[in-house]
Design a protein around this ligand. Structure first.
Ligand SMILES: [Zn+2]
Length: 271
């Protein structure tokens, strides 16, 4: 390794390592690439995804995704403001789109860029089911889980090219899309760790409750997920195992999510 290589690695290392507090858990997490770099790349990937897929507009389902999305994002804003993190979402540009695709999938990129696939809608079943999925996916984004599941090498690569965001390469796009579960190709997806799944479930329940939805619907949703198998490829299930432990945890946490929501004046919960 020559001097130049060592220097560039050192610069990247200094550039990358920063700590952020997860506002939901109070835990310190490593924010390896700052939002100022991650978000422009997310917005670019999202726009590209929308041009390459069939976005549905104006149907009852598409409207439902947007409507629930606004309620979940406003719940996140209320929660973060109340807990002293008013600025946390400043750079978010919330967007909620339904795309025509039979895959059972949904995701939220950093910065609040959400996609639901038509394939997940029958499992979501109704507004409250959409809220359960969306609360969970938004929680992953808020807690920066996506970048934590990239490998150090991938992050280094991403950080190194961060300065040239406007011209993100297809290689960077691939890393990005893997980390955030974008697309229908299950093979390329990186799974969230079990602890990230648990954290996203818990935060998601709080968000859906503040948005006015019964958190217990989350348990029923995962029961329906667990009944999937044959037919459409279960993309979502490969990264989100629908097991009994998860369902039991959700039932156990639902009362505390409802109690939290009451602090925001929410007393009735749609199911
Ligand atoms: Zn998840």
């Amino acid at each position: 390794m020559n001097y130049k290589q060592i220097l560039s690695i050192a610069i990247v290392a200094i550039f990358m390592v920063a700590c952020a507090t997860n506002p939901f858990t109070g835990k310190s997490t490593l924010a390896l690439v700052p939002n100022s770099q991650i978000l422009p790349m997310a917005f670019q990937q999202y726009d590209q995804f929308l041009t390459e897929n069939k976005v549905i507009n104006g149907t009852p389902q598409a409207n439902m995704v947007k409507n629930v999305g606004q309620k979940i994002s406003s719940a996140a804003e209320r929660y973060l403001t109340a807990n002293g993190y008013a600025g946390y979402l400043t750079d978010y540009r919330w967007e909620y789109n339904l795309v025509e695709d039979p895959a059972i999938n949904a995701w939220c990129m950093p910065g609040g860029k959400i996609v639901f696939y038509t394939g997940i809608m029958p499992i979501a079943q109704n507004e409250a089911g959409v809220a359960a999925i969306m609360g969970h996916e938004v929680a992953h984004a808020l807690a920066n889980h996506g970048q934590q599941r990239m490998s150090a090498g991938q992050l280094q690569q991403l950080a190194a090219v961060g300065v040239a965001v406007g011209t993100a390469s297809s290689e960077n796009a691939a890393i990005y899309n893997q980390a955030f579960g974008v697309g229908s190709n299950v093979l390329g997806m990186l799974p969230f760790s079990r602890s990230h799944e648990t954290e996203a479930d818990r935060i998601g329940l709080t968000l859906m409750a503040i948005a006015g939805y019964d958190p217990l619907v989350g348990a029923r949703l995962w029961e329906r997920m667990s009944q999937q198998g044959g037919g459409a490829p279960p993309e979502f299930l490969s990264t989100h195992p629908a097991n009994q432990t998860r369902i039991n945890n959700i039932m156990q946490w639902a009362p505390e999510a409802r109690a939290e929501a009451r602090k925001y004046g929410v007393t009735t919960f749609k199911n």
